[in-house]
Write a protein that binds this ligand. Structure first.
Ligand code: 9YT
Length: 130
């Protein structure tokens, strides 16, 4: 069995900050853990707007705190994010994430992230924080 605590993640290479500081992600499970998916706790910081496009991964996200919204850039549809809301990007949907307050998100990726992805080549692009 794999057991991890927060102190096993913070200040290691499993704790990643976006270059523009829009988010922080703590990767509890990566490909090397052999589960077939990766499992992250990501905080999207208040006031940020981030354009994300995971072209090569399917991702499900469950909000456990904070508030904001997700906009699907193709259709313009906007969905409110709050504690208990889940979205699954089953079509590799390109999207904008806007955080009204710090949003705590539990994220699962299939295929699993290795932890070495370059966010740009992996389809994550950030907008300038206002
Ligand atoms: C909410 C969200 O899309 N999180 C993605 C995880 C994070 N960007 C990471 O671990 O790379």
């Amino acid at each position: 069995m794999i057991v991890k605590n927060l102190e096993d993640i913070i200040n290691t290479d499993r704790e990643i900050y976006a270059k523009n500081k829009n988010w922080r992600s703590r990767r509890y499970l990566l490909k090397s853990d052999g589960m077939g998916f990766s499992f992250h706790e990501t905080t999207i910081f208040a006031g940020s707007e981030t354009l994300i496009w995971y072209k090569n991964h399917l991702e499900a996200v469950f909000c456990v705190g904070g508030e904001g919204e997700i906009e699907l850039t193709e259709s313009g549809e906007i969905f409110h994010i709050k504690d208990g809301m889940m979205y699954a990007l089953n079509n590799n949907d390109r999207h904008l994430l806007r955080a009204k307050s710090d949003m705590r998100m539990i994220c699962v990726f299939n295929p699993p992230l290795t932890g070495k992805e370059d966010h740009d080549s992996n389809g994550v692009y950030s907008l300038i924080k206002e």
